[in-house]
Ligand binder design. Structure first.
Ligand SMILES: *Cc1c(COP(=O)(O)O)cnc(C)c1O
Ligand code: SF4
Length: 412
């Protein structure tokens, strides 16, 4: 932070953006940074250098900081660093303590509460890691962690054990070893780059990594998981998209949780990616008082479609230590799915999943549409609650070839 600029702050932030029409596209604006030259503001490296990372900066820009946020920010660097790009900071409604943007990036003291069932590695990634920074959980694909840095830090991050290095995890992926593992395993046809945020690498580094992966004959499909288009749309430069398009088929999964994150800047950045032929999906995390109502989620998925993004997953919030204040219930998740399917464009309906605690992978969670099924017929209900019967075609046993499972989980 350039301290000499802090003294110049005389901007009065607007209030009441919480009453904004959820589907309206707005610019995040310049906020406290109106005196910064456009060339700097639009430069992603300037945005990174000027992130809000300290309590005194927060107090300056957000005088309505609550006691919970104040103490949370003091302690943040022992759990998960605070970091907010000026661009994203401008989306915070300072007059609303429960602003959905604010809850995602400003630490709160509740992060120091840990329930018995919470974990530092809730998806058991470290136990499925043959090489540091590579998670091989599913037969034909791997998660390739390339960095521990993000443009801003999400307070519920499932990888907060390593992301931002606040707990001293000291994540040092060795690309050579990760790539050697992939090259030695011909069953891996899909590589998902994530982190941390892969788009924080320079164009050169990222290009080098993608080229090396593309050179492995059995790697068919590449994808990048990133929140950069949302936190730092300035990073999506024409040079970046020109480089990425050389690696097709390359998909991208972005991470947006609330319709207010979809600004005109974000829409334009996503448009540049889509124009480069990159199919875009979105992953949302179901968060308490952020996006845990059908109204907000429906507006969000519809707005994503307007940005040419297919809603891909809604995640039940993982059992990450200190996230209880951000976790919504599975009941609410099911309610949201009930209100999406049939009620809006099918392309707009994501799959709701729970990443099974301890490392079972993603499990789809759906409202029950099958009321009864046997060898003769299936009884189903639709989104309006009407019941229908479909006669089963005779093909022998009514059993589906699912894996055997043991239901002896009572008393957990
Ligand atoms: C989510 C995830 C993937 C990708 O899963 P898809 O359902 O194919 O999107 C791969 N590996 C790990 C460890 C994951 O958590
Ligand atoms: S962008 Fe992703 S990896 Fe980074 S803090 Fe947010 S959830 Fe975690």
């Amino acid at each position: 932070m350039n301290e000499s600029l802090v003294g110049q702050v005389d901007y009065q932030p607007p209030s009441g953006s919480g009453s904004q029409n959820l589907k309206e596209f707005r610019s995040a604006g310049r906020g406290f940074w109106s005196h910064i030259p456009d060339a700097d503001w639009n430069d992603w490296r300037w945005q990174m250098k000027n992130r809000i990372t300290k309590l005194d900066q927060l107090l300056k820009y957000l005088p309505t900081l609550t006691p919970e946020e104040y103490s949370g920010t003091l302690l943040a660097n022992t759990k998960l660093a605070m970091g907010i790009t000026p661009y994203f900071f401008n989306l915070i409604d300072p007059s609303d303590e429960n602003c959905p943007i604010r809850r995602q990036v400003i630490p709160r003291i509740e992060e120091t509460n840990t329930a018995a069932w919470e974990m530092s590695d809730p998806c058991g990634e470290d136990s499925h890691s043959p090489v540091e920074g590579l998670v091989h959980r599913y037969p034909d694909r791997v998660l390739f962690l390339v960095t521990d840095r993000c443009a801003s830090y999400c307070r519920y991050c499932t990888r907060s054990r390593l992301v931002s290095n606040a707990t001293g995890y000291d994540f040092h992926p060795e690309y050579d070893k990760q790539i050697a593992y992939i090259a030695a395993h011909p069953e891996i046809r899909d590589v998902l780059l994530s982190g941390g945020d892969p788009l924080l690498l320079s164009d050169e580094k990222l290009e080098n990594l993608l080229s090396r992966l593309r050179a492995i004959p059995h790697v068919e499909f590449l994808r990048i998981g990133t929140r950069i288009p949302i936190f730092l749309p300035q990073r999506i430069t024409p040079e970046l998209t020109a480089m990425l398009r050389k690696f097709h088929p390359l998909f991208m999964s972005v991470h947006s949780n609330h319709p207010r994150e979809l600004t005109t800047e974000v829409r334009d950045a996503l448009g540049r990616l889509a124009d480069a032929g990159i199919p875009l999906g979105n992953q949302s995390v179901l968060l308490k008082d952020v996006n845990d109502t059908p109204e907000v989620m429906k507006a969000h998925v519809q707005k994503l479609l307007m940005c040419r993004v297919k809603p891909y997953y809604i995640y039940q919030c993982d059992l990450i230590s200190g996230s209880a204040h951000l976790r919504a219930s599975v009941r609410q998740g099911l309610e949201i799915m009930e209100q999406l399917r049939g009620h809006t464009t099918g392309y707009g309906v994501p799959q709701y999943v729970i990443d099974a605690p301890g490392g079972g992978g993603k499990v789809p969670i759906n409202p029950d549409y099958i009321l009864k099924r046997d060898g003769e017929r299936i009884i189903i209900r639709n989104f309006e609650g009407q019941v229908f019967e479909y006669p089963e075609a005779p093909d022998g046993s009514p059993e589906v070839s699912s894996p055997r499972f043991d239901v002896a989980v009572e008393g957990r």
